[in-house]
Design a protein around this ligand. Structure first.
Ligand code: NAD
Ligand code: WQD
Length: 338
């Protein structure tokens, strides 16, 4: 079976590519490197000892994508190719709508032309909005996103739902990720944020390695046990393994299935910082800062459906996530730029 991974050079895509190769799939990665490095490809080969096809192409480029589908026999697509910075999406909404929404439409059109109607899509817990209360369950109505990035995820989910209504031959899996962190235990691939990180774990690890001076904890007056925000952090390798299960399902059956990929357990910002310090024996200076606009107090999954229907659950704990993040950070203090 041959799987096309759009955005496969990125953080989650590279980890999923490793697990697809380990599971024996043939792999075709498509990426335009707008947020990744060609070095990732060699690292994937080093980890797995296996080879795969790669095409540098923007998914918005229908002609380019057609050529790939002409050359390769693709059984299913995993679609990670999107821009993901919440703050940037407020400054550049049109880029986000064009790349994420039109890119998805273009990809789906080409898939349809070639009779490839099986897709696993990277959605996000952000689609639950602030209207729903954790634990989030797939049966809850989709909420209102507080930023254009989140809105693109809601639009693409709707587009995929409509596509299935129009043609019941499609097999679609919408995976709502919670907070992916960690890295492959080899330390060869990991998250490589551009500039100053927005997300908690890369910020923590860059403070620990001395690139940044001090973590700002965004608010300690939330209605949570210690007042700081609570999130469902999930190890990126567990997340990658969830994609293998989702691909197996879309290869087998038609329909639209939605799955939360989270652990079902929330940790506060201070719990993450303390665990990181303890497990890695490093210091992470922090100060309490004002709340970050748009943040909710608590976000964690009800992860039962993925376990019941996919037979998947997260196996790695917060200590594993902190240890593997630090291993990657120490070995690659400048990410892939060395
Ligand atoms: P990432 O930026 O590391 O990976 C995305 C990859 O897609 C990059 O390699 C980028 O170069 C590529 N890409 C982007 N637009 C493209 C285009 N038009 N054509 C071809 N390639 C393109 O991000 P990630 O963290 O690996 O996230 C993967 C997906 O998961 C994204 O869709 C993201 O929105 C979603 N997601 C991420 C998180 C998270 O916290 N990381 C949470 C929920 C959902
Ligand atoms: C986690 C907690 C912060 C940085 C984001 C996107 C979401 C999804 C995953 C894609 C919060 C606090 C953070 C810092 C801090 N992405 N924090 N100091 O906001 O839950 O989710 O990534 O779909 O859409 O919004 O993740 O890692 O930014 O924040 O105190 O320097 O850490 O306020 O409580 P978030 P995060």
């Amino acid at each position: 079976m041959s799987i096309l991974v759009a955005g496969g050079a990125g953080y989650i895509g590279s980890h999923t590519s490793v697990e697809l190769l380990n599971a024996g799939y043939d792999l075709v990665i498509v990426d335009n490197y707008c947020n990744s490095s060609p070095l990732v490809l060699d690292r994937i080969k080093t980890i797995t000892g296996k080879d795969f096809k790669f095409y540098e192409c923007n998914i918005c480029n229908r002609e380019g994508m057609r050529k790939i589908f002409q050359q390769e026999k693709i059984d299913a697509v995993i679609h990670f190719a999107g821009l993901k910075a919440v703050g940037e999406s407020c400054v550049k909404p049109l880029e986000y709508y064009e790349n994420n929404v039109w890119g998805s439409v273009a990809l789906l059109e080409v898939m349809k032309e070639f009779g490839c109607k099986k897709i696993v899509f990277s959605s996000s817990a952000t689609v639950y909005g602030s209207e729903n209360k954790a634990p989030f369950v797939e049966t809850m109505p989709v909420g209102t996103a507080t930023n254009p990035y989140g809105t693109t995820k809601i639009y693409i989910e709707n587009i995929l739902q409509d596509l299935y209504k129009s043609d019941n031959e499609w097999s679609i899996s919408l995976l709502r990720y919670f907070n992916p962190i960690g890295a492959h235990p080899s330390g060869l691939i990991g998250e490589n944020p551009n500039g100053i990180p927005n997300n908690l774990m890369p910020y923590v690890s860059q403070v620990a390695v001395g690139k940044l001076a001090c973590l700002s904890v965004n608010g300690n007056d939330y209605p949570t046990p210690d007042g700081t925000g609570v999130r469902d952090y999930i190890h990126v390798v567990d997340l990658a393994l969830g994609h293998i299960k989702a691909v197996q399902r879309v290869l087998k059956k038609t329909g639209v299935d939605i799955y939360n990929l989270g652990t079902g357990k929330g940790y506060s910002v201070l719990e993450v910082v303390e665990t990181f310090k303890r497990v890695n024996g490093v210091d992470v200076p922090y100060k309490i800062a004002p709340r970050r606009p748009g943040d909710i107090a608590t976000c964690y999954a009800n992860a039962d459906k993925a376990y019941k229907e996919l037979g998947w659950k997260a196996e790695r704990n917060l200590e594993d996530m902190c240890r593997d993040t630090w291993n990657w950070q120490k070995k690659n203090p400048n990410g892939y730029e060395q």
